[in-house]
Design a protein around this ligand. Structure first.
Ligand code: F3S
Length: 753
């Protein structure tokens, strides 16, 4: 099996010593998050106490997971690293590129036709480099990781923001960009700013209609979409122990919706039960051996205010089911207030669809509880008013739920069972009529409900709730329906009430599966050929970026002076461009098309100094490249904020931009520029931004002396012949300057391989 018990043994073997060293430097009781972080320091035992929210620290994650949309560029880059094999256990999962339309069988087959090329590529690279490959239909990355790879006290990174789901089994699991995954797979350290810590104390026990989802829906309402930024959220208390492992996963999953670095829970009996049920009694046994290190110190949990930067307390006894939305997951409304809020805000109350699935809520327990509601609809002669769609989280969940009759209950209600994949959660949903853009309401058990996300219709009001609430609301067809108090009229005209959901945390007869969709890599992949067609529109093998020629850059032109917000979406748009994520040249046609040109306030319209004409940014830059003219990009504050998408650094690099000079950077983007061999510079004097003119020619005066902590000097020659000398700061250390010199960090890794 793909599972690496030896790796876990090695991690746990280090725990006692590493925790002892951490205790010594920190000098006080430790939270679970601190234990996991200090146990995974790249340099071994801790020799200093890190400052939360300040210190940048190198870590050594245990695993890497990638999904099909992001794995393409990650693996194309990894192929450049000159390694024979990945340095840590890694997996690739085909789940994003599968459209939900007619049901699992038909949809899977048409997706294999539409994206077969990408799947084949991922399969062959995985096979070659020792990466476990999960075929299309095997399941959603985070459910598959929870079932197979997550382990208490482990640390993993994944190229998807909901990697954090693995906190349900007590991991520190963090979503990153592909370039970070490449570092770890190539055996390099992974850097993270030591997070701040938010403690969430759960007291009481859930009852009735309340579920684990409601914990995070409530937390999202308290902290909002930004409240967890730069923090690890650690859940503890008796209430935490009463939750199932998959319920904990649901809570951690939506930590991404509050911006948290990750979320986690201490090891407990629910995790032990889940490990055993998923064929990992050996892991449970190992975890039991270091149990005391896999949870926060008791002193921390009895006086949380002293040890966490912020503490929230939630009483599960009184927690109401929530319905969050529309358009943002932090607009939290307790079920008893939904009708009034809908009336006040003009939300359509007729519910068109109820969707159950996504990495957030697609476990056996989720399907089991939701099906107990669906069954009542059949038994109590209720006709469901909305349409139903179900995406099981994995083939193991689907097969077991099918065996146990859970799926039949849904199909008896005319539900469509879609593929074990992301589907509508990532807009891979061919919803009939969505193009009419009508105002309508859907409810789902996913994590995100941004405008257009599920069906592309900006007027779809999507509400996030638990699977059992999705079932109840879909049956009633009424967004304001409160199953705790309200009754429904059945086919015989009789008033009936839905009983609270019941469900099995784990299947009574155990999990079963015939083909879980896993494909182990070749023992020796050296003869495996990676399949990429030279004329492919979707995939392109990368050529290494050219090393620096050792000379000052001179005669450079200004490509764009970006004004205001310039996020990674402005630099490399998402949406329809998603299909080119594996083709650097094709996706480069979106380079900076969302950035606002400071000289004309327009997007995708810059002046070419070759022709004097205004034209699209990518075409203008391609013309400079063809003419052998270097260029620079100038930007405002927090340039490159948003995602860790490496395309935002690779595209300008590919098109021939040499430097990005801004007032300030978002840190991850700055690092990405460095990794791709670009110059990421900041104005020493921010006011110099105003001196830069549209027709400037730029000369670097002292790049030949590029050194740590030594600013660079740039000469801006204006069209009238006048000049401004501008001092540019940088944060390159000696190793990063070597990346620049080599052309990219990957070139350097390759040279050392
Ligand atoms: Fe997939 Fe949606 Fe999760 S896109 S990984 S199911 S957030």
């Amino acid at each position: 099996m793909a599972f690496d018990i030896e790796m876990i043994k090695a991690v746990y073997a280090k725990y006692p010593e590493r925790i002892a060293a951490a205790r010594k430097v920190v000098g006080k009781p430790l939270t679970l998050a601190e234990k996991i972080l200090y146990a995974h320091l790249w340099d071994g035992d801790a020799t200093e106490s890190f400052e939360r929210g300040k210190s940048y620290v190198d870590f050594a994650p245990d695993r890497v997971a990638m999904q099909d949309a992001t794995a393409q560029m990650a693996l194309l880059q990894f192929m450049q690293a000159g390694k024979d094999k990945v340095a840590v256990p890694s997996t690739a999962h085909c789940d994003h590129l599968i459209l939900a339309q007619n049901g699992a069988k038909a949809d899977l087959s048409s997706s294999l036709t539409a994206s077969g090329e990408v799947f084949n590529f991922l399969e062959s690279v995985s096979n070659k480099y020792g990466i476990g490959f999960w075929k299309p239909g095997a399941g959603i990355i985070h459910q598959v990781v929870l079932e197979n790879y997550a382990f208490p006290g482990g640390m993993m990174i994944g190229t998807d923001s909901h990697t954090v789901n693995a906190g349900g089994l007590g991991m520190v699991a963090i979503g990153v960009g592909g370039a970070d995954a490449v570092d770890v797979m190539a055996g390099m350290a992974w850097e993270l700013k030591f997070p701040k810590l938010i403690g969430v104390k759960l007291t009481g026990k859930m009852n009735g209609w309340t579920s684990a989802k409601d914990v995070i829906l409530k937390v999202a309402g308290i902290l909002t979409v930004k409240g967890g930024t730069g923090c690890i959220v650690e859940y503890f208390g008796d209430g935490a122990k009463s939750l199932s492992a998959t319920g904990k996963g649901t809570i951690c999953n939506m930590g991404a919706e509050i911006g948290a670095t990750t979320s986690t829970f201490g090891y407990d009996e629910s995790m032990e039960r889940y490990l055993k049920a998923t064929d990992r009694a050996d892991v449970a046994e190992l975890a039991n051996g270091v149990k005391e290190h896999l949870t926060g110190d008791s002193e921390v949990y009895s006086n949380p205010e002293q040890y966490f930067d912020q503490v929230i307390e939630i009483d599960l006894d009184t927690l109401e089911p929530h319905v969050n939305g529309p358009f943002t997951p932090d607009k939290a409304t307790p079920v008893s207030q939904v009708r009034a809020e809908a009336e006040k805000n003009g939300w359509p109350t007729k519910v068109e669809w109820g969707l159950i699935g996504s990495c957030t809520n697609s476990s056996y327990e989720d399907l089991s509880r939701a099906s107990s509601i669906a069954k009542q609809a059949v038994d109590k002669k209720l006709k469901t008013k909305a349409e139903f769609g179900i995406n099981p989280g994995s083939e193991q969940v689907r097969f077991t739920a099918d065996r146990d009759g859970l799926l039949k209950i849904f199909t008896d209600l005319d539900a469509t069972i879609f593929t074990n994949a992301c589907g509508p959660c990532i807009g891979q949903w061919a919803r009939a009529g969505a193009d009419k853009k009508e105002k309508n309401t859907i409810v789902h058990s996913f994590n995100r409900n941004f405008s257009k996300r599920a069906d592309g219709n900006p007027n779809t009001h999507a509400f996030v709730t638990s699977p059992e609430m999705v079932a109840a609301i879909a049956i009633s067809g009424d967004l304001g329906f409160n199953p705790i108090t309200d009754k429904l009229i059945n086919e015989d005209g009789v008033e009936v009430k839905l009983d609270p959901p019941k469900g099995d945390e784990l299947p009574e007869k155990g999990f079963a599966v015939e083909d879980n969709g896993y494909q182990a890599p070749a023992e020796d992949g050296s003869n495996v050929e990676v399949k990429v067609k030279p004329d492919s529109k979707r995939l392109q093998l990368l050529d290494p970026f050219a090393p620096w020629d050792g000379k000052n850059i001179s005669g450079a032109k200004l490509l764009i002076k970006a004004f205001g917000k310039c996020t990674t979406d402005h630099i490399s748009m998402a949406g329809p461009w998603l299909r080119f994520r594996g083709h650097l040249d094709n996706i480069s046609d979106n380079c900076l098309i969302g950035a606002v040109n400071a000289f004309n306030d327009a997007t995708n319209s810059v002046k070419s100094q070759l022709t004097g004409e205004y034209g699209p940014v990518p075409a203008t830059q391609r013309a400079y490249k063809a003419a052998g003219i270097p260029t620079i990009v100038v930007g405002d504050h927090n340039y490159g904020e948003g995602s860790s998408r490496e395309h935002a650094a690779m595209e300008p690099r590919h098109l021939g931009v040499k430097a990005v000079l801004v007032k300030s950077f978002a840190r991850i983007h700055e690092t990405n520029l460095k990794k791709q061999g670009m110059l990421g510079l900041t104005f020493d004097n921010e006011a110099d931004y105003d001196k830069i003119q549209e027709d400037d020619t730029i000369n670097f005066l002292d790049l030949e002396q590029f050194a740590p902590e030594k600013p660079l000097t740039l000469e801006f020659v204006h069209a009238d012949g006048s000049k401004d000398i501008i001092v540019a700061n940088h944060t390159y250390n000696a190793a990063q300057i070597d990346w620049f010199k080599a052309g990219s960090a990957l070139n350097l890794i390759k040279a050392k391989a």
